[in-house]
Design a protein around this ligand. Structure first.
Ligand code: GRG
Length: 297
């Protein structure tokens, strides 16, 4: 895909996501909580998960209007997880996306509540669709997202990550952490996009999409681990070497940079091979996933 066409398409997705997030997070009473939620949501994230959701929905023939609120909901869940992950009780980080973290900008109580409020808001937005649209695919999309965020997904991964700090862990535990803490919240928007867009052979398609998501999700975490040791604070917008500071085992500390780069390449190629099966509407998705390997932040 031509790079200008790609950039235009990506910016188009990001702009409709931002516009809708702005509407969904309209400031009401008590304004302090909305200000903290908005501060973190509009702090300059890449919008990876919502873009993937809209792009997969489109690749499978769906309408953006059906997928947009789910895309915003997953970004809210992602932002809540970052706010809580930065708290003193977890990673204790002062900067994220080049800006003060939520608890540094406001205070700890407000940051905890802003995370809680974003998580809850995501479910408010999704249940609203489920009750108004009355089509099974909306409930299924919500289920994929809800399942990915909880104890059998991101929270479970985060718990094992926290409990593993300062300890030697096995490769199986590391895989569990990657799959759950990071990959689940990437698998979910792909599956939600697919179910909202596709009408035929949905079970077979969801299986393929699950496999793409697992590969892309783990590749994304490996790249994050590589950037943590190879990038700079200015480029990343957050401190580098945070994994060693927090005494965490990562793909890089377990296998070394070279093997990590190889694994990243292999997983990405395997994911692209599956995407190839989805015919001529896959161009944007194909390019986007290729570019994730080369991302610098
Ligand atoms: C607190 C329940 C709870 C979970 C936290 C997601 C997470 C679990 C922690 C964040 C730290 C981390 C390294 C997570 C791995 C996933 C990841 C690389 C998140 C960053 O995602 P990006 O790069 O962030 O998409 P932006 O800022 O672009 O939105």
């Amino acid at each position: 895909m031509d790079s200008i066409v790609f950039e235009n398409k990506l910016n188009g997705y990001i702009s409709i996501i931002n516009k809708r997030l702005d509407e969904l997070l309209e400031i009401k009473y008590p304004k302090e909580i909305y200000e903290a939620m908005r501060y973190s949501v509009f702090a300059g994230g890449k919008r990876l998960r919502p873009v993937l959701l809209l792009a997969f929905c489109e690749m499978f023939g769906g309408k953006t209007e059906d997928a947009l609120d789910f895309a915003c909901a997953i970004e809210m869940i992602h932002t809540y997880s970052l706010i809580h992950d930065d708290l003193p009780a977890m990673d204790n980080d002062d900067y994220r996306r080049g800006k003060l973290t939520c608890h540094k900008k406001f205070n700890e109580a407000i940051a905890i509540l802003a995370g809680d409020a974003l998580l809850n808001k995501a479910y408010e937005v999704m249940t609203n669709l489920v009750v108004t649209k009355k089509e099974e695919k909306f409930a299924t999309a919500m289920k994929y997202i809800a399942d990915s965020a909880g104890t059998c997904g991101m929270v479970g991964g985060q718990v094992v990550d926290v409990l593993s700090e300062d300890k030697e862990i096995t490769s199986d535990i590391l895989s569990y952490i990657h799959k759950n803490k990071t990959a689940e919240l990437i698998i979910a928007p792909l599956k939600a996009g697919c179910v909202l867009g596709e009408n035929d052979n949905i079970i077979e398609k969801i299986e393929l999409v699950q496999s793409i998501g697992e590969k892309v999700g783990v590749a994304f975490q490996i790249k994050d681990d590589i950037l943590d040791v190879k990038s700079t604070t200015e480029e990343l917008g957050k401190p580098v070497f945070s994994d060693s500071k927090n005494k965490k085992t990562t793909y890089v500390t377990m296998y070394g940079i070279e093997k990590s780069e190889e694994k990243l390449k292999k997983l990405t190629e395997e994911a692209l091979c599956i995407i190839d099966k989805f015919g001529d509407k896959n161009e944007f998705v194909y390019e986007y996933i290729k570019k994730l390997v080369k991302r610098i932040k």
